[in-house]
Design a protein. Structure first.
Length: 350
């Protein structure tokens, strides 16, 4: 494995909070660059270990405008410059497009790419997806992605995951099917891989953050005990309440998966995060307002001027704004209410 790939793999496996970065729009189609930079500053000040840009939360429609995609990637890179935060870029499309986007990210100083699916990507064969992964891996370290079907993902077989984990360019996997069976499938395939301790297992399951961070998967292979456990997460939900997420992740990471009992308080926090996620991700309407919901919470906190999205179909559902306001009142500590209010003006300084 190339030294850069080893370095990124080690950083991801050491654990951390990686917020999926939203896209700040002042008006439909018009990026609010002051707010965009403010979000990056918020995440870094909150203690995030890196940023994921150009991913689902950044809006996949961004990938239809190569120039704008480059500007958004560059904006985050400029804020991160001089820190030790990892930069992860989402790449989409067929093999040729994904390679172009990976080359763009590499040239802007990004450390790894997340291989996402959208639109027609959902109908590509697993063979085509594997070929794309190999090709992009020639450009940059890759993070595989199991995305839930309701927001653009698809089922991927056990053999697919075996093949992905054999690729030396694969340094991590974001597991986000919102399905306990499929999450366990990926963990068990990783346990059986010769590269089981070279690949970071990251949760993307916003509906079970705490459970993923405390659950060890164990298997004996050739007389040696192997344990796979989520080292951290790359989550849309961590685009809000990031400071609280960093504290929670540190707390859960300190739990020994073999010796330490899980306390009821950790499970309580997990339930409260699910309640927040239900409102923000618009669960009642099959996640249709998930991206707009993140923007709306940040708007209510004064970090964004609007909840607009590039795709005019990505809007809040009826009553969703009120549900978001409700969870803000119920769980202010988990949503950084005081922290954001204290630092917001400084982050928004141009």
């Amino acid at each position: 494995m190339h030294e850069q790939y080893r370095r990124v793999s080690a950083r991801l496996r050491s654990g951390g909070v990686f917020p999926a970065h939203p896209l700040a729009l002042a008006e439909p189609g018009q990026v609010d660059w002051i707010a965009q930079r403010a979000l990056s500053r918020y995440y870094l000040d909150a203690g995030a270990h890196g940023l994921a840009v150009g991913v689902h939360t950044t809006q996949f429609a961004l990938h239809d405008d190569r120039a704008l995609l480059g500007d958004v990637l560059r904006c985050a890179a400029d804020v991160v410059r001089g820190t030790d935060a990892l930069l992860i870029a989402g790449v989409t499309g067929d093999c040729a497009q994904a390679i172009r986007e990976a080359e763009l990210a590499r040239d802007l100083g990004y450390d790894a790419v997340l291989l996402a699916t959208r639109g027609e990507d959902r109908h590509a064969t697993e063979k085509a997806l594997l070929e794309r992964s190999i090709a992009v891996g020639e450009v940059m370290p890759t993070i595989a992605f199991y995305m839930q079907e309701k927001v653009g993902g698809r089922y991927l077989s056990l053999q697919y995951w075996r093949s992905v984990f054999e690729q030396t360019s694969t340094v991590g996997v974001k597991v986000a099917p919102f399905d306990r069976y499929r999450t366990g499938d990926v963990a068990r395939v990783l346990l059986g891989s010769d590269r089981w301790n070279e690949i970071a297992f990251l949760t993307g399951n916003d509906d079970s953050i705490v459970l993923d961070l405390i659950t060890p998967y164990r298997r004996a292979v050739a007389g040696t005990a192997r344990v796979v456990r989520a080292s951290g997460g790359l989550l849309g939900q961590w685009a809000v309440g990031t400071h609280a997420a960093v504290q929670l992740c540190s707390r859960l990471k300190s739990i020994d998966p073999v010796r330490d009992p899980v306390r009821a308080d950790e499970l309580r926090l997990g339930g409260e995060l699910v309640e927040i996620n239900s409102a923000v991700f618009d669960v009642d309407n099959d996640f249709r307002g998930s991206v707009a919901g993140i923007n709306e919470l940040l708007r209510q906190q004064g970090l964004l001027r609007s909840a607009h999205c590039l795709d005019e179909r990505d809007v809040l559902s009826a009553g969703q704004s009120d549900l978001i306001a409700r969870v803000r009142r119920l769980h202010p500590e988990l949503l950084d209410e005081e922290y954001v209010a204290e630092h917001r003006e400084r982050w928004l300084e141009d």
